[in-house]
Design a protein around this ligand. Structure first.
Ligand SMILES: Cc1cc2nc3c(=O)[nH]c(=O)nc-3n(C[C@H](O)[C@H](O)[C@H](O)COP(=O)(O)OP(=O)(O)OC[C@H]3O[C@@H](n4cnc5c(N)ncnc54)[C@H](O)[C@@H]3O)c2cc1C
Length: 553
């Protein structure tokens, strides 16, 4: 099992609060007044954010009531191939940077084994093939590739340094030096919120010295995890957070599937728990399964919030945490408009989700490790290409066990190409593309079981894979992220807390879902009269000191 050393940490840069240390502090997250013990709090959504929020509310002695419209685990969805025990397709989150320190606090607490994810040019992948414009390059490391690729990699590093004092920022984040992080980050927010990733790349001195082809290759191959041109229209701040927090490096998969994290927390009986007897878990509090999806949210005259589920069961709560994608509060949950300010509605409705699709096959064995007798190369490699498969990832579950190939993982327009197609059509197209790269390899002859595919934008419980903030969206992010600080809000807007991937500053990364869930837990605790321990102040206690820069309207 991997030991997760303290390397990078997900510390800021917008709100440099030590979430993982707050979580692991021996004093615990806080305390509720005894008369609140057992008080029910609704949690909408059983994804990572909802489950973390429910788990921590339970540890505080409250009674979370979790509602889920689809799968427990949400976008951590590990779909088992038919007929197997533990061979899975990771339809959502699949690679978790070790700097996701709060997320890994839960992974470690559950004792889940992890191993390095087979990303391009990493030892875990073994070998990588990069095929662009019909030309294929076989490599184990960057050094094996033609100079063009190292020029691109160096240009990106140079551009980051030139624009952002990048090394200093990484040092400050690693040292968890809140003052230094804020000093470096604040001016960047003003400078870069309204500029795109593409603008950054094209206007940097480092890339200006190079050709269009270099920029194009950067878009196809990107840094760390594969192509990033799908993100070119996004706000540069969003990309910069990924780099600064080291989310693009040292990524691990969860053995047996990422869904083991939310599922494990659902069944885990915490060692330390207020009010509830030993042996209590979210599963025991819920008679085994979450309640059905929520269909309506309404403010009652006595101030409580009434939650209606899809079968018409109605129950009032003093506090509710909503973790579903925020568009769903407009499209599938009849939500009283007065529950949020118009400015918050504006922010939630302007949130932009990126489409993403993945298609998987299960194969009889990790045949890609076979050596070509002529070249000595692997029969097949982790593959990055400009063809419609974009990224093909090979997951080796050990000799003698089926392997899994993520034939295609794509975003934005490449994902939209897949949207109307059946799973078989997607597999056919992907195999045809890969045949161009590996003309003598018969991948199809290794397929066992049924393929699995997903288009997150086609699922009514999601409407998209994850937020991708556009230029000018910092203010919207700010409104949503700050919403757990409710003491100055009108009473009519208090008690409903939003959390999850799209509330965070780092959409597309489970760490953000976890951190915003902890913010919401602090918010509920304060709302119901509880408090953090003096020795272990929470995110709301340190808000004034650390809060994200305000740009004003
Ligand atoms: C394709 C893809 C790849 C990703 N890759 C990575 C990665 O490699 N690394 C990483 O760290 N992160 C990754 N992520 C992001 C990560 O999966 C998310 O950050 C995290 O899972 C989000 O958790 P959440 O609880 O915020 O939201 P969700 O998981 O979306 O949970 C919200 C839940 O609300 C439910 N819901 C919806 N409507 C209702 C309703 N009316 N009533 C009740 N419940 C409702 C939904 O069914 C869902 O289960 C990826 C995501 C996707 C989609």
């Amino acid at each position: 099992m991997t030991v997760h050393l303290q390397s990078g940490a997900s510390f800021g840069p917008d709100f440099p609060f030590d979430f993982d240390r707050w979580l692991r502090h021996p004093a615990g997250l806080g305390e509720m007044p005894p008369e609140r013990h057992g008080e029910e709090v609704a949690v909408i959504g059983a994804g990572m954010a909802g489950i973390v929020a429910a788990f921590e509310l339970m540890r505080l002695g409250l009674k979370p009531v979790v509602y889920e419209a689809g799968h427990l685990g949400g976008r951590l969805r590990s779909q088992r191939f038919e007929g197997t025990e533990d061979i899975v397709a990771e339809l959502g989150g699949m690679r978790f940077p070790r700097s996701s320190s709060t997320f890994f606090s839960y992974v470690d607490a559950l004792g889940l084994p992890t191993r390095p994810f087979p990303n391009p040019l990493t030892p875990a992948a073994g070998s990588t093939v990069i095929e662009l414009e019909g030309e294929a390059f076989y490599a184990r490391t960057l050094a094996d590739l033609p100079p063009l690729f190292s020029e691109v990699a160096s240009a990106y590093e140079e551009a980051l340094e030139e624009a952002f004092s990048f090394a200093a920022m990484r040092r400050a984040i690693r040292a968890r030096d809140a003052e230094a992080v804020r000093a470096l980050w604040e001016p960047l927010v003003r400078l870069w919120d309204e500029r795109t990733f593409y603008d950054f790349v094209t206007t940097s001195d480092a890339f200006q010295r190079l050709s269009f082809r270099h920029r194009e290759v950067f878009g196809q191959v990107g840094f760390g995890t594969g192509g990033w041109d799908a993100d070119f229209p996004n706000s540069m701040l969003e990309i910069l957070r990924v780099n600064a927090l080291e989310f693009d490096a040292d990524q691990h998969l969860i053995v047996g599937g990422a869904a083991k994290v939310p599922h494990g927390l659902w069944r885990k009986c915490p060692d330390r728990i207020a009010h509830w007897p030993a042996g209590t878990s979210l599963a025991t509090l819920h008679a085994g399964a979450p309640r059905p999806g929520v269909s309506a949210l309404k403010r009652l005259p006595d101030g409580r919030i009434e939650v209606t589920d899809r079968w018409g069961r109605v129950e009032p709560f003093k506090a509710v945490i909503a973790t579903c994608q925020s568009w769903l509060l407009t499209t599938s949950i009849r939500t009283d408009e007065s529950l949020f300010s118009h400015k918050l509605w504006m922010a939630m409705d302007r949130t932009r989700y990126m489409p993403a699709s993945k298609t998987f096959i299960m194969v009889d064995r990790p045949f890609w490790r076979d050596k070509d007798p002529l070249t000595g190369r692997d029969a097949m490699s982790m593959t990055l290409t400009d063809r419609l498969t974009r990224g093909t990832y090979l997951v080796d579950n050990g000799e003698g066990r089926p392997g899994v190939i993520c034939l295609a993982y794509s975003w934005m327009s490449d994902a939209q190409k897949m949207l109307p197609l059946s799973v078989d059509q997607r597999v056919d197209l992907a195999l045809a593309a890969l045949r161009q790269i590996y003309p003598t390899l018969d991948i199809a002859s290794h397929i066992i079981g049924d393929p699995i595919t997903v288009s997150w934008e086609a699922d009514p419980n999601f409407l998209g894979a994850f937020k991708g903030a556009m230029p000018g969206h910092y203010r919207y992010n700010h409104r949503m992220y700050s919403h757990f600080m409710q003491k100055d809000m009108p009473l009519s807007e208090r008690g409903l807390f939003i959390a999850g991937d799209d509330v965070s500053w780092t959409p597309g990364w489970a760490e953000g879902a976890v951190q915003t869930a902890l913010n919401a837990v602090w918010g509920v605790m304060a709302h119901l009269g509880g408090h953090s321990h003096a020795a272990n102040p929470g995110p709301g206690d340190r808000w004034e000191e650390l809060k994200p820069v305000e740009l004003g309207d």
